[in-house]
Design a protein around this ligand. Structure first.
Ligand code: NAD
Length: 253
């Protein structure tokens, strides 16, 4: 029970990687507040975790909605120990010059502005609990990716932001880290796969990019996340942890 009596505020916890993290946090003794785009999906996800967890809709791109969500969490539980910024969008799969302003704005608003909002409204609670922040970033924010320019820009920025936040909040005893998946089978990855020139060959490709030999499910990210948000990582901050099956190492064809 590495997260006994902890309260985790988790964005994008209704599905995919986020739901795997929610389940792992609950197993380790935490209470989890799941916020995501869809109300019914969020509350259903929280119910699956058992008693004492809640889920509701909150668009993290909207400052007022995040403020209300943090206030609701504090009214219900009186504390926040972890903010896990996991919600994200990944479309479109395009080079930069083909990316529309609307597509660019949505990526920035969700993947980056959302972190601004949760930090703005949640930091005081984390200072009180000596808590921590975990950002779900992406390996492509480190190594780049073809046909995914705007998305990779948000994740590259999130990696630097993680380090800057870690420096700014270290004096308060608040740690800030990021976890970087390569590929993980989720609704988001299925959408991305369907946008590729050869959707049929994509399963093989996604297995091959990971030297460990397969494209995983979200459990591998959840296990690393439990470590990073727990006291076992009490001296780890500003760390960008690759959980990528080795996708970034060695010379590749
Ligand atoms: N799946 C992968 O291969 C992969 C790889 C690297 C990084 N990631 C990152 O992992 C995170 C989770 O991705 P996933 O694959 O599980 O995606 P997913 O599409 O399965 O889930 C995304 C979640 O984010 C929520 N969300 C989206 N926009 C939101 C908004 N404006 N406000 C609140 N919630 C919102 C959705 O409701 C959902 O709960 C993302 O940040 C993504 O960039 C995923």
């Amino acid at each position: 029970m590495r997260l006994k009596d902890k309260l985790v505020f988790l964005t994008g916890g209704s599905t995919g990687i986020g739901f795997h993290c929610a389940a792992a946090y609950a197993r380790e003794g935490a209470k989890v507040v799941i916020v995501a785009l869809d109300e019914a999906e969020s509350s259903a996800a929280a119910r699956k975790l058992g008693d004492g967890h809640i889920g509701f809709a909150c668009n993290i791109a909207k400052d007022a909605e995040v403020k209300a969500a943090i206030e609701r969490t504090l009214a219900a539980y009186g504390r926040i120990d972890v903010i896990h910024n996991n919600a994200g969008v990944a479309s479109p799969s395009k080079p930069l010059h083909e990316t529309s302003d609307a597509e660019w704005d949505l990526l920035m608003d969700v993947n980056l502005r959302g972190v601004l909002h949760t930090t703005r409204h949640g930091l005081d609670a984390l200072r009180t609990s000596k808590g921590n922040i975990l950002n779900t970033s992406s390996l492509v924010g480190v190594i780049g990716q073809s046909l995914h320019a705007a998305y990779t820009a948000t994740k590259g920025a999130l990696n630097t932001l993680t380090k800057s936040m870690a420096l700014d909040y270290a004096p308060y005893g608040v740690r800030v880290n990021a976890v970087c998946p390569a590929g993980v089978w989720t609704p988001m990855l299925r959408q991305w796969a369907s946008e590729q020139p050869d959707p049929a060959g994509i399963n093989r490709y996604l297995d091959d990019i990971h030297p460990l030999g397969y494209c995983p499910e979200g459990d591998v990210i959840a296990d690393a996340s439990v470590f990073l948000v727990s006291d076992e990582a009490r001296f780890v901050t500003g760390h960008i942890m690759h959980v990528s099956g080795g996708a970034e190492i060695g010379y590749r064809r």
